[in-house]
Unconditional design. Structure first.
Lengths: 308, 279
């Protein structure tokens, strides 16, 4: 079963998403250069929990007028399979990559009223101040109650909000873009990621938002729990018995996305697919799933695109 | 919001104690009941209606109640004391203890306030457009904590011992402040845009408390140690809050300012901060 969009065939299937905990951190700095350096460092080696401690990515650039301290900011999102497996990487990554980065400060990006729980990340970071940290209070008895920690560092002070909101989020949104050659497929995938990042509350944790290997559960080797997604590797499409690469397709890229909720992921998938279909040479789009046996969310491509 | 208007008639020579002038006391009552609320002159009990013309409407709940006092009340004590919600606007001056122990809502005084305004305040906003007397937001004698929340904004000058024993909350003063500002404070934030007289922060303990001085200081106690001159990010948050949420335009001028940081009072092992803006 399939349908077409802008002349591109789209399989009537679904992306299988998993429930994870997600958090949003606003990193600010003296200028955009340093805010981005901190954000890139913090979200490094965080593509997939297959081998990373979390999944993370940059959501968007935050203009100074939207940040608490009026400086340029970057919104970063982190995802983990439990609150602990979210809080620990957050603490480690902020501690090693943001606290150490000149001029930065961090603020919670999910207000308490929108969060399912609050994580004491900043409150844990404060111990790095070795007793010289200063508690900062705002809004007591009259406004929005907020708590921060001021941690002395050699350059000056590192300011960290005490608590960060965490929500039950969605990971594993995906779709595969298949084209007649590498150039068309890469261009369509880049356009897809650009469109996805216009949707608030979504990140694409892989390099440039793209995963060229894909992955499947298990392998022929007993010691390896995941391996390249052989059914979608064009280089072996005629020699692999379970190949799912359609005729005429010679390159496949997977777009992977996580979001704070299912509607955001669906909306972003739709935006990405629409953008990809506008590139000449794209033949087929599908999504990866496990027949609904593993993930909590089944995000249909038809539903996402609003196709009857 | 429903508005109840009080106009002072001939007030007594002795101070009138009128802690019933709050949105809490009048909400849910008829005008007749409001006029019958007890007020005190010395050791005699009178009715509010004896000293005020009462007109307007009362609301069901304090949060929907606006009380406007149209006239000078410089000899009326405890206006707005203990209020928890709603708005109380005094078009003139107020006597001692205005807004003392208030927990919420908004008390606006277009004139000046006498001593103990906002003493031991717990929450809400007290805005005094004129001057304030001594012990603004302070702890009453023998009490271990002064302000524990809320904001006091003073447009003019302030007397002695403002913010004494402060624990939390904010004190913002546009004018000059007399001695012993923030004495014994153990938390809370004080912002002064005028000049600060000597001995401020005496025996302050810390707990995140600081006194930020934007208009100069007379002298700093020798028990405060100069640490550094820096541009702290945290100050940007406060200054933006002052400018954007409280309408204090002066705060916006110092967003990029450098501050000298002093830490003390080491006489009591304190870690409070004095931050003096660099010219």
């Amino acid at each position: 079963m399939s349908f077409t969009l802008n002349g591109v065939g789209i399989e009537d299937t679904f992306a299988e998403g998993f429930g994870m905990w997600g958090a949003r951190i606003i990193i600010t700095a003296k200028n955009r250069k340093w805010a981005n350096i901190a954000a890139r460092e913090m979200t490094g080696f965080a593509t997939s929990v297959i081998a990373c401690d979390c999944e993370a990515g940059i959501e968007r650039q935050v203009p100074p007028e939207e940040t608490p301290d009026g400086r340029p900011g970057v919104s970063v999102m982190v995802f983990g399979f439990s609150k602990t497996r979210l809080a620990t990487p957050m603490l480690n990554r902020i501690g090693q990559c943001v606290l150490t980065c000149p001029t930065t400060a961090i603020y919670n990006g999910i207000p308490e009223e929108e969060a399912d729980d609050m994580l004491d990340v900043g409150a844990s970071l404060r111990f790095f101040g070795d007793g010289y940290q200063v508690k900062m209070r705002m809004g007591d008895g009259w406004g929005e109650r907020q708590r921060f920690w001021r941690i002395p560092v050699m350059e000056g002070e590192f300011l960290a909000e005490a608590k960060f909101g965490a929500v039950r989020a969605v990971a594993g949104g995906n779709f595969l873009i298949m084209g007649e050659n590498e150039d068309a497929t890469l261009e369509a995938s880049e356009r897809a990621v650009e469109a996805i990042l216009e949707v608030p509350g979504v990140i694409t944790p892989f390099p440039g938002g793209l995963c060229r290997s894909g992955s499947k559960v298990g392998s022929t080797y007993a010691f390896l729990k995941a391996s390249t997604n052989t059914p979608f590797c064009p280089a072996i499409k005629h020699t692999s018995p379970d190949s799912q690469v359609p005729p005429g397709c010679n390159s496949v890229l997977e777009v992977v996305l996580n979001g704070l909720d299912e509607p955001s992921v669906m909306k972003a998938m739709a935006a990405g697919i629409r953008a990809a279909t506008e590139v000449e040479g794209i033949k087929w789009i599908t999504a990866v799933n496990f027949a609904g046996k593993l993930g909590k969310f089944q995000m249909g491509l038809k539903d996402a695109l609003g196709v009857e | 919001m429903k508005e109840l208007v009080l106009k002072p008639k001939k007030l007594p020579e002795l101070p009138l104690e009128a802690e019933v002038i709050t949105p809490d006391s009048v909400a849910g009552k008829t005008l007749k009941e409001v006029k019958a609320l007890p007020v005190y002159v010395g050791n005699t009990v009178h009715e509010l209606g004896d000293y005020f013309d009462v007109k307007g409407e009362t609301a069901e709940t304090p949060s929907d109640q606006l009380v406007a006092i149209q006239g000078e009340c410089g000899n009326v004590k405890y206006i707005g004391a203990g209020m928890t919600a709603g708005r109380l606007i005094v078009e003139g001056c107020v006597g001692m203890h205005a807004g003392a122990e208030m927990e919420g809502g908004e008390l606006i005084v277009t004139g000046s306030a006498s001593n103990w305004a906002g003493a031991e305040m717990k929450g809400g906003l007290l805005r005094i457009h004129g001057d304030a007397g001594h012990q603004l937001g302070a702890a009453y004698r023998g009490s271990p904590e002064g302000m524990t929340g809320g904001v006091i904004v003073v447009g003019g000058d302030v007397g002695l011992e403002a913010g004494a024993f402060m624990r939390r909350g904010m004190l913002i003063i546009h004018g000059n402040v007399d001695s012993f500002l923030g004495v014994h404070m153990n938390g809370g934030e004080v912002f002064v845009f005028g000049k600060v007289a000597r001995r401020f922060g005496a025996e302050a303990k810390g707990n995140g408390g600081f006194i930020a001085c934007f208009g100069g200081v007379e002298s700093i106690l020798p028990t405060y140690v100069y640490d550094t001159t820096f541009r702290p990010d945290f100050m940007k948050l406060y200054l933006r809050q002052l400018r954007d949420q409280l309408g204090i335009e002066a705060a916006g001028k110092f967003l990029e300012a450098s501050f000298k940081r002093y830490r003390g009072d080491i006489a009591v092992g304190g870690t409070a901060e004095i931050l003096v803006v660099e010219p």
